[in-house]
Design a protein around this ligand. Structure first.
Ligand SMILES: *Cc1c(COP(=O)(O)O)cnc(C)c1O
Ligand SMILES: [Zn+2]
Length: 373
């Protein structure tokens, strides 16, 4: 049966309860059996909602969508090696976060919720605000004070209430938890519906490869909204017999904030406390990712690995990618810097998939800083 299930005490709840964490306080996942009627899927519109039977929403009338998804899978050369790159910076709000927001806010509408809160270093806030605008749901977005001006403007143009929190990203997370005592928390890290949107990344990749799994996917990771979603998606395709293996997951972190890289490489039981430094990759600078253990388990089970990249490598890769006409934001260039490192040792016949996560137009002041250095 379709249920929320607590990752700690295993309690189950109906998907129609207005909850985002277990009564015991721990994280929830969703138990859901996806099916993939391939012949029907092929006839549908080229959006992420073509995998309708794989998305846990009861009524089509509740779908909040801008016809997003099914982004191009483009062949891009990295140090002479071919990598297939999903153009997820072309989403309506300029990042792949729309995948998660579309499913989560559709479910919020289905639950009859009229007001939500969310916290973000920028892109998730933009995505939640846009889908709430379309759904006519009130939302308040909590962001760190130093969030890119472009993202702040975008959130406000969607008519969301903006709450700038002084201090670190962690201060912002703390502030929203207080608000979440009163309002529904449409969180991209806590709320499992978000991951059942980001999983469509995996569905699209496999369909675009002729219903086959790639050998390797290279993904950025902070809170793991994409990585865990992709892992769920590939596993659902495997369980449904559509693909015969899941790809190896290569997870990219910034050296300046790499708690998961450390836990993985040093085989730690717990996510270590780290001394977080400023990084160009603001979007993945998460010191204490709440789903950290799940992320490490996913990478391990996929036979994958972690790579950490320095800020100078991010800068170099950002310039290189933009010079070729793809205007991505600095956080997205942490992934491309990781790709450059990975392909040094990849096999010639390996099918490698990655993505451009976010659009450069959102972060003009940071782009100018890199340009003028
Ligand atoms: C959200 C985001 C990521 C991935 O971050 P997670 O914290 O792992 O979800 C990567 N790049 C961009 C541009 C993002 O907005
Ligand atoms: Zn529990």
């Amino acid at each position: 049966m379709e249920k929320f299930v607590c990752i700690k005490c295993n309690r189950k709840f109906s998907l129609n309860e207005k909850i985002w964490k277990c009564k015991c306080g721990a994280l929830l996942d969703i138990n859901f059996k996806s099916t993939f009627p391939v012949d029907k899927i092929k006839q549908r519109k080229l959006t992420m909602w073509r995998y309708r039977e794989a998305i846990p929403l009861l009524d089509d009338n509740n779908i909040i969508s801008f016809d997003e998804g099914f982004t191009p899978l483009t062949d891009v050369a990295f140090n002479g090696k071919s990598v297939l790159v999903k153009q997820d910076y072309l989403f309506p709000t300029g990042s792949y976060k729309d995948r998660g927001a579309s499913v989560l806010i559709s479910k919020v509408r289905e639950l009859g919720i009229k007001e939500v809160v969310e916290d973000s270093s920028g892109n998730a806030g933009c995505a939640i605000a846009a889908y709430c605008a379309k759904a006519k749901i009130d939302c308040e977005i909590f962001v760190p004070q130093d969030t890119s001006a472009g993202k702040l403007a975008q959130i406000q143009f969607y008519r969301a209430k903006l709450n700038k929190i002084p201090g670190s990203r962690e201060n912002t997370a703390h502030a929203v938890l207080k608000a979440a005592e009163k309002y529904y928390y449409a969180s991209h890290s806590w709320n499992p519906f978000f991951f059942h949107g980001t999983k469509t990344f995996a569905f699209e990749v496999c369909e675009q490869l002729g219903w086959k799994s790639p050998d390797t996917v290279i993904l950025p990771v902070g809170n793991g909204t994409l990585l865990l979603g992709a892992y769920i998606g590939f596993n659902e395709l495997l369980e449904a017999g559509i693909i015969d293996k899941i790809p190896k997951i290569i997870a990219i972190q910034s050296v300046n904030c790499a708690p998961l890289y450390r836990a993985f490489k040093e085989n730690l039981e717990e996510i270590p406390d780290i001394d977080k430094k400023d990084t160009l990759a603001e979007g993945i600078a998460i010191a204490k990712p709440i789903r950290g253990k799940q992320i490490i388990e996913a990478v391990k089970k996929s036979n994958g690995d972690f790579i950490a990249v320095e800020d100078w490598e991010i800068k170099k890769s950002l310039k290189d990618i933009c010079e070729r006409g793809f205007y991505i934001e600095p956080t997205a260039a942490s992934t491309t810097a990781g790709i450059c490192k990975y392909v040094e040792k990849s096999n010639p016949d390996e099918t490698i998939v990655s993505l451009f996560t976010g659009h450069g137009l959102k972060t003009t002041e940071k782009m100018l800083k890199v340009l003028n250095e």
